[in-house]
Write a protein that binds this ligand. Structure first.
Ligand SMILES: CC(C)(COP(=O)(O)OP(=O)(O)OC[C@H]1O[C@@H](n2cnc3c(N)ncnc32)[C@H](O)[C@@H]1OP(=O)(O)O)[C@@H](O)C(=O)NCCC(=O)NCCS
Length: 335
Protein backbone atom coordinates (compact mmCIF):
# COMPACT_ATOMS: atom_id res chain seq x y z
CA UNK A 1 0.00 0.00 0.00
CA UNK A 2 1.31 3.49 -0.87
CA UNK A 3 0.55 6.26 1.63
CA UNK A 4 1.57 9.91 1.55
CA UNK A 5 0.78 13.53 0.83
CA UNK A 6 -1.65 14.65 -1.87
CA UNK A 7 -2.09 18.35 -1.07
CA UNK A 8 -0.62 20.99 1.24
CA UNK A 9 -1.36 24.56 2.34
CA UNK A 10 0.06 26.92 4.93
CA UNK A 11 -0.99 30.12 6.61
CA UNK A 12 0.98 32.97 8.17
CA UNK A 13 -0.79 35.86 9.94
CA UNK A 14 -0.84 39.28 8.27
CA UNK A 15 1.13 41.28 10.84
CA UNK A 16 4.84 41.53 10.00
CA UNK A 17 7.47 42.47 12.58
CA UNK A 18 10.89 43.27 11.18
CA UNK A 19 14.24 43.25 12.93
CA UNK A 20 14.17 46.99 13.75
CA UNK A 21 11.35 46.32 16.22
CA UNK A 22 13.82 44.75 18.68
CA UNK A 23 15.73 47.53 20.39
CA UNK A 24 18.76 45.64 21.74
CA UNK A 25 19.03 42.87 19.19
CA UNK A 26 21.51 43.26 16.31
CA UNK A 27 20.15 43.10 12.77
CA UNK A 28 23.39 41.66 11.43
CA UNK A 29 23.31 38.84 13.99
CA UNK A 30 19.77 37.96 12.95
CA UNK A 31 20.26 38.39 9.22
CA UNK A 32 23.69 36.88 8.67
CA UNK A 33 23.79 34.21 11.35
CA UNK A 34 20.19 33.18 12.04
CA UNK A 35 18.96 34.19 8.57
CA UNK A 36 15.83 36.08 9.70
CA UNK A 37 14.59 39.50 8.58
CA UNK A 38 10.87 39.28 9.34
CA UNK A 39 8.41 37.28 11.38
CA UNK A 40 4.59 37.10 11.53
CA UNK A 41 2.47 37.55 14.61
CA UNK A 42 -1.18 36.60 14.95
CA UNK A 43 -3.75 39.21 15.95
CA UNK A 44 -4.73 39.35 19.63
CA UNK A 45 -8.09 37.76 18.93
CA UNK A 46 -6.72 35.18 16.48
CA UNK A 47 -6.42 31.87 18.33
CA UNK A 48 -4.66 28.73 17.18
CA UNK A 49 -7.92 27.12 16.03
CA UNK A 50 -8.70 30.21 13.89
CA UNK A 51 -5.43 29.73 11.99
CA UNK A 52 -6.24 26.02 11.62
CA UNK A 53 -9.70 26.78 10.22
CA UNK A 54 -8.28 29.24 7.67
CA UNK A 55 -5.63 26.82 6.44
CA UNK A 56 -7.93 23.77 6.34
CA UNK A 57 -10.63 25.64 4.42
CA UNK A 58 -8.00 26.83 1.92
CA UNK A 59 -6.71 23.28 1.50
CA UNK A 60 -10.16 21.77 1.01
CA UNK A 61 -11.50 24.51 -1.28
CA UNK A 62 -8.42 24.91 -3.49
CA UNK A 63 -8.13 21.18 -4.02
CA UNK A 64 -11.90 20.55 -4.26
CA UNK A 65 -11.78 18.00 -1.45
CA UNK A 66 -15.15 16.93 -0.04
CA UNK A 67 -14.94 17.56 3.72
CA UNK A 68 -17.32 14.68 4.36
CA UNK A 69 -14.64 12.29 3.12
CA UNK A 70 -12.14 13.36 5.81
CA UNK A 71 -11.96 10.49 8.30
CA UNK A 72 -9.27 11.69 10.72
CA UNK A 73 -7.42 14.81 11.83
CA UNK A 74 -4.16 14.90 13.74
CA UNK A 75 -3.60 18.40 15.07
CA UNK A 76 -0.17 19.20 16.42
CA UNK A 77 0.15 22.28 18.64
CA UNK A 78 1.90 23.46 21.79
CA UNK A 79 -0.35 26.51 22.01
CA UNK A 80 -3.92 25.18 22.29
CA UNK A 81 -6.91 27.55 22.43
CA UNK A 82 -7.65 26.35 25.97
CA UNK A 83 -5.64 24.25 28.48
CA UNK A 84 -8.76 22.03 28.48
CA UNK A 85 -10.20 20.83 26.06
CA UNK A 86 -8.15 19.72 23.05
CA UNK A 87 -8.10 22.09 20.05
CA UNK A 88 -8.91 19.43 17.44
CA UNK A 89 -12.52 19.25 18.65
CA UNK A 90 -13.06 22.99 18.05
CA UNK A 91 -11.48 22.74 14.63
CA UNK A 92 -13.78 19.82 13.72
CA UNK A 93 -16.74 21.98 14.67
CA UNK A 94 -15.68 25.24 12.99
CA UNK A 95 -14.61 23.46 9.79
CA UNK A 96 -17.81 21.41 9.69
CA UNK A 97 -15.87 18.19 9.42
CA UNK A 98 -17.95 15.03 9.94
CA UNK A 99 -18.86 14.06 13.51
CA UNK A 100 -17.51 10.57 12.77
CA UNK A 101 -14.04 12.22 12.67
CA UNK A 102 -11.17 10.56 14.57
CA UNK A 103 -9.58 13.75 15.96
CA UNK A 104 -6.63 14.04 18.27
CA UNK A 105 -4.20 16.70 19.51
CA UNK A 106 -0.49 15.96 19.47
CA UNK A 107 1.77 17.97 21.81
CA UNK A 108 5.10 18.29 20.07
CA UNK A 109 7.22 21.22 18.92
CA UNK A 110 9.54 21.31 15.97
CA UNK A 111 9.47 17.54 15.34
CA UNK A 112 5.65 17.68 15.28
CA UNK A 113 4.94 17.60 11.56
CA UNK A 114 7.17 14.58 10.92
CA UNK A 115 5.66 12.67 13.86
CA UNK A 116 2.07 13.60 12.94
CA UNK A 117 2.62 12.50 9.36
CA UNK A 118 3.77 9.08 10.61
CA UNK A 119 0.66 8.80 12.80
CA UNK A 120 -1.52 9.57 9.78
CA UNK A 121 0.31 6.89 7.84
CA UNK A 122 -0.23 4.41 10.69
CA UNK A 123 -3.96 5.22 10.82
CA UNK A 124 -4.30 4.53 7.10
CA UNK A 125 -2.21 1.34 7.19
CA UNK A 126 -3.59 0.04 10.50
CA UNK A 127 -7.21 1.23 10.62
CA UNK A 128 -8.04 1.24 6.95
CA UNK A 129 -8.84 4.96 6.83
CA UNK A 130 -8.64 6.32 3.30
CA UNK A 131 -7.92 10.01 3.86
CA UNK A 132 -7.30 12.46 6.65
CA UNK A 133 -5.61 15.68 7.68
CA UNK A 134 -2.36 16.49 9.41
CA UNK A 135 -2.63 20.01 10.80
CA UNK A 136 0.14 21.90 12.61
CA UNK A 137 -0.39 25.31 14.19
CA UNK A 138 1.16 27.45 16.87
CA UNK A 139 0.63 30.86 18.34
CA UNK A 140 4.05 30.96 20.00
CA UNK A 141 3.70 34.74 20.42
CA UNK A 142 1.54 33.87 23.46
CA UNK A 143 4.72 32.52 25.11
CA UNK A 144 6.92 35.51 24.21
CA UNK A 145 7.30 38.47 26.60
CA UNK A 146 8.98 40.79 24.07
CA UNK A 147 11.48 41.49 26.86
CA UNK A 148 14.04 38.83 25.81
CA UNK A 149 15.42 39.32 22.30
CA UNK A 150 17.25 35.99 22.38
CA UNK A 151 13.94 34.17 21.85
CA UNK A 152 11.40 36.85 20.85
CA UNK A 153 13.20 37.49 17.56
CA UNK A 154 13.03 33.91 16.32
CA UNK A 155 9.43 32.72 15.99
CA UNK A 156 6.42 33.27 13.72
CA UNK A 157 2.84 32.21 14.43
CA UNK A 158 1.70 29.75 11.82
CA UNK A 159 -0.51 26.94 10.55
CA UNK A 160 -0.27 24.20 7.94
CA UNK A 161 -2.67 21.55 6.67
CA UNK A 162 -1.86 18.46 4.65
CA UNK A 163 -4.07 15.84 3.03
CA UNK A 164 -2.69 12.35 3.68
CA UNK A 165 -4.19 9.43 1.77
CA UNK A 166 -3.72 6.10 0.06
CA UNK A 167 -2.17 6.41 -3.41
CA UNK A 168 -0.78 9.91 -2.82
CA UNK A 169 -0.50 12.45 -5.62
CA UNK A 170 2.67 14.26 -4.46
CA UNK A 171 4.93 12.58 -1.91
CA UNK A 172 4.95 8.94 -0.81
CA UNK A 173 6.17 8.13 2.72
CA UNK A 174 8.91 5.51 2.54
CA UNK A 175 11.00 5.33 5.76
CA UNK A 176 11.35 6.90 9.21
CA UNK A 177 13.68 7.53 12.12
CA UNK A 178 12.47 8.88 15.46
CA UNK A 179 14.00 9.74 18.80
CA UNK A 180 13.44 11.36 22.16
CA UNK A 181 15.82 12.65 24.84
CA UNK A 182 14.01 14.19 27.80
CA UNK A 183 17.27 15.40 29.33
CA UNK A 184 16.60 18.45 27.12
CA UNK A 185 13.26 19.31 28.78
CA UNK A 186 14.30 22.63 30.29
CA UNK A 187 16.47 23.75 27.36
CA UNK A 188 13.36 24.97 25.47
CA UNK A 189 10.71 25.49 28.07
CA UNK A 190 7.86 27.55 29.49
CA UNK A 191 8.15 26.47 33.11
CA UNK A 192 4.88 27.61 34.63
CA UNK A 193 1.29 26.79 33.72
CA UNK A 194 1.56 22.99 33.82
CA UNK A 195 1.08 20.55 36.70
CA UNK A 196 4.65 20.98 38.01
CA UNK A 197 4.37 24.73 38.53
CA UNK A 198 0.68 25.67 38.18
CA UNK A 199 0.15 29.36 37.37
CA UNK A 200 -2.11 29.86 40.41
CA UNK A 201 0.84 29.46 42.78
CA UNK A 202 3.86 30.06 40.56
CA UNK A 203 3.77 33.36 38.80
CA UNK A 204 7.32 34.40 38.15
CA UNK A 205 8.71 37.98 38.30
CA UNK A 206 11.05 39.18 35.52
CA UNK A 207 14.79 39.10 36.27
CA UNK A 208 17.13 41.42 34.38
CA UNK A 209 19.94 39.44 32.69
CA UNK A 210 21.27 42.34 30.61
CA UNK A 211 19.68 45.19 28.63
CA UNK A 212 17.13 43.62 26.29
CA UNK A 213 17.08 40.33 28.18
CA UNK A 214 14.61 40.04 31.04
CA UNK A 215 13.38 36.56 31.88
CA UNK A 216 10.36 35.16 33.68
CA UNK A 217 9.45 31.48 34.01
CA UNK A 218 6.01 32.36 32.61
CA UNK A 219 7.55 32.89 29.14
CA UNK A 220 9.55 30.86 26.68
CA UNK A 221 13.19 30.25 27.48
CA UNK A 222 15.60 28.65 25.04
CA UNK A 223 19.23 27.76 25.66
CA UNK A 224 20.13 28.24 21.99
CA UNK A 225 23.69 26.96 22.31
CA UNK A 226 22.64 23.69 23.99
CA UNK A 227 19.84 23.13 21.48
CA UNK A 228 22.28 23.78 18.67
CA UNK A 229 24.66 21.13 20.10
CA UNK A 230 21.78 18.66 20.26
CA UNK A 231 20.77 19.40 16.65
CA UNK A 232 24.34 19.19 15.38
CA UNK A 233 24.78 15.78 17.01
CA UNK A 234 21.40 14.35 16.05
CA UNK A 235 20.16 15.39 12.63
CA UNK A 236 22.84 14.03 10.28
CA UNK A 237 22.93 10.51 11.87
CA UNK A 238 19.12 10.40 11.82
CA UNK A 239 19.08 11.27 8.10
CA UNK A 240 21.72 8.58 7.52
CA UNK A 241 19.55 5.94 9.25
CA UNK A 242 16.50 6.96 7.21
CA UNK A 243 18.39 6.69 3.94
CA UNK A 244 19.63 3.22 4.95
CA UNK A 245 16.08 2.12 5.78
CA UNK A 246 14.81 3.51 2.48
CA UNK A 247 17.65 1.73 0.65
CA UNK A 248 18.96 4.98 -0.86
CA UNK A 249 22.02 7.24 -0.71
CA UNK A 250 22.37 11.02 -0.93
CA UNK A 251 22.69 10.62 -4.69
CA UNK A 252 19.01 9.62 -4.80
CA UNK A 253 17.96 12.72 -2.84
CA UNK A 254 16.85 15.97 -4.51
CA UNK A 255 15.91 17.95 -1.38
CA UNK A 256 16.69 17.90 2.32
CA UNK A 257 14.14 19.95 4.24
CA UNK A 258 15.19 20.55 7.85
CA UNK A 259 13.33 22.31 10.61
CA UNK A 260 14.06 25.97 9.94
CA UNK A 261 15.80 27.11 13.12
CA UNK A 262 19.01 28.89 12.17
CA UNK A 263 20.64 29.39 8.76
CA UNK A 264 24.28 28.83 9.81
CA UNK A 265 23.30 25.77 11.82
CA UNK A 266 21.43 24.24 8.85
CA UNK A 267 24.45 24.93 6.64
CA UNK A 268 26.72 23.22 9.21
CA UNK A 269 24.46 20.17 9.42
CA UNK A 270 24.38 19.97 5.62
CA UNK A 271 28.19 19.93 5.61
CA UNK A 272 28.17 17.10 8.16
CA UNK A 273 25.86 15.19 5.81
CA UNK A 274 28.07 16.05 2.80
CA UNK A 275 24.95 17.50 1.23
CA UNK A 276 25.47 19.94 -1.67
CA UNK A 277 24.19 23.38 -0.53
CA UNK A 278 21.64 23.63 -3.38
CA UNK A 279 19.77 20.60 -1.96
CA UNK A 280 19.46 22.20 1.49
CA UNK A 281 16.27 24.30 1.41
CA UNK A 282 16.39 27.36 3.70
CA UNK A 283 13.48 29.78 4.04
CA UNK A 284 13.97 31.59 7.34
CA UNK A 285 14.28 35.09 5.85
CA UNK A 286 10.63 36.17 5.96
CA UNK A 287 9.28 33.91 8.72
CA UNK A 288 11.99 32.53 11.02
CA UNK A 289 11.11 29.50 13.08
CA UNK A 290 7.53 28.31 12.53
CA UNK A 291 7.77 25.45 15.09
CA UNK A 292 5.84 22.31 14.05
CA UNK A 293 4.74 23.87 10.74
CA UNK A 294 8.24 24.72 9.60
CA UNK A 295 8.95 21.48 7.71
CA UNK A 296 5.46 21.49 6.15
CA UNK A 297 5.76 25.12 5.04
CA UNK A 298 9.20 24.56 3.53
CA UNK A 299 7.99 21.42 1.74
CA UNK A 300 5.05 23.31 0.26
CA UNK A 301 7.37 26.12 -0.87
CA UNK A 302 9.62 23.63 -2.66
CA UNK A 303 6.56 22.17 -4.42
CA UNK A 304 5.38 25.66 -5.41
CA UNK A 305 8.78 26.67 -6.81
CA UNK A 306 8.55 23.71 -9.17
CA UNK A 307 12.33 23.33 -9.15
CA UNK A 308 13.85 19.82 -9.17
CA UNK A 309 10.52 17.95 -8.96
CA UNK A 310 11.61 14.60 -10.36
CA UNK A 311 9.27 11.62 -10.29
CA UNK A 312 10.75 8.75 -8.26
CA UNK A 313 13.46 10.85 -6.56
CA UNK A 314 13.67 11.28 -2.78
CA UNK A 315 13.26 14.13 -0.29
CA UNK A 316 14.41 13.91 3.34
CA UNK A 317 12.37 15.90 5.87
CA UNK A 318 13.55 16.29 9.45
CA UNK A 319 12.19 18.07 12.52
CA UNK A 320 14.01 18.49 15.85
CA UNK A 321 13.88 20.56 19.00
CA UNK A 322 11.49 20.92 21.95
CA UNK A 323 11.69 17.94 24.29
CA UNK A 324 14.23 17.05 22.95
CA UNK A 325 12.49 15.16 20.17
CA UNK A 326 13.39 14.45 16.57
CA UNK A 327 11.89 12.73 13.57
CA UNK A 328 13.15 12.18 10.03
CA UNK A 329 11.25 10.75 7.06
CA UNK A 330 12.19 9.83 3.50
CA UNK A 331 9.57 10.88 0.96
CA UNK A 332 9.48 9.83 -2.68
CA UNK A 333 8.22 12.46 -5.12
CA UNK A 334 5.42 10.83 -7.11
CA UNK A 335 3.83 13.94 -8.72
C1 LIG B 1 19.20 30.95 19.44
C2 LIG B 1 20.45 31.17 18.60
C3 LIG B 1 20.10 31.93 17.34
C4 LIG B 1 21.45 32.00 19.40
O1 LIG B 1 22.66 32.10 18.65
P1 LIG B 1 24.07 31.76 19.32
O2 LIG B 1 25.10 32.07 18.33
O3 LIG B 1 24.02 30.35 19.83
O4 LIG B 1 24.11 32.78 20.46
P2 LIG B 1 24.31 32.51 22.03
O5 LIG B 1 23.00 32.11 22.63
O6 LIG B 1 25.50 31.63 22.29
O7 LIG B 1 24.65 33.94 22.44
C5 LIG B 1 25.88 34.57 22.06
C6 LIG B 1 25.73 36.02 22.27
O8 LIG B 1 24.87 36.57 21.25
C7 LIG B 1 23.85 37.32 21.85
N1 LIG B 1 22.66 37.29 21.04
C8 LIG B 1 21.72 36.34 20.97
N2 LIG B 1 20.74 36.75 20.12
C9 LIG B 1 21.10 37.97 19.65
C10 LIG B 1 20.53 38.91 18.80
N3 LIG B 1 19.35 38.65 18.21
N4 LIG B 1 21.17 40.07 18.57
C11 LIG B 1 22.36 40.33 19.16
N5 LIG B 1 22.97 39.47 20.00
C12 LIG B 1 22.33 38.31 20.24
C13 LIG B 1 23.65 36.70 23.22
O9 LIG B 1 23.05 37.60 24.11
C14 LIG B 1 25.08 36.37 23.61
O10 LIG B 1 25.72 37.48 24.11
P3 LIG B 1 26.79 37.35 25.31
O11 LIG B 1 27.93 36.54 24.73
O12 LIG B 1 27.14 38.77 25.61
O13 LIG B 1 26.07 36.66 26.44
C15 LIG B 1 21.11 29.83 18.25
O14 LIG B 1 21.72 29.26 19.39
C16 LIG B 1 20.19 28.79 17.67
O15 LIG B 1 19.61 28.98 16.62
N6 LIG B 1 20.07 27.63 18.33
C17 LIG B 1 19.31 26.49 17.82
C18 LIG B 1 17.84 26.70 17.94
C19 LIG B 1 17.09 25.49 17.49
O16 LIG B 1 17.62 24.61 16.82
N7 LIG B 1 15.85 25.39 17.83
C20 LIG B 1 15.09 24.23 17.43
C21 LIG B 1 13.88 24.07 18.19
S1 LIG B 1 12.94 25.50 18.46
Amino acid sequence: MKVGISAMEYYLPEKVIDNDFFEHSKNEFLEEKVGIKERRIAAKDEATSDMCVTVINNLLNKNKIDRNEIEFMILCTLSPDYPIPQTSSQVQHYCELPKSLYAVDVRLGCSGFVYSLSMAEALIRGFGFKKGLVVTADKFSMYLSYRDYTVDTLFSDNASAVLVEENPKLLEITAHDFGTDGSGTEQICVKTGGSRYPRKDASSPFQLVKPGIERSDDYLYMNGRQVMKFANATVAPSAERVMQRAGITLDDVDWVIMHQANKLMLEDIAKRMQLPPEKNYINLWNKGNTTASSVAIATKEVLDRGERLNHGRYWIITGFGVGYSWGTTALKYVG
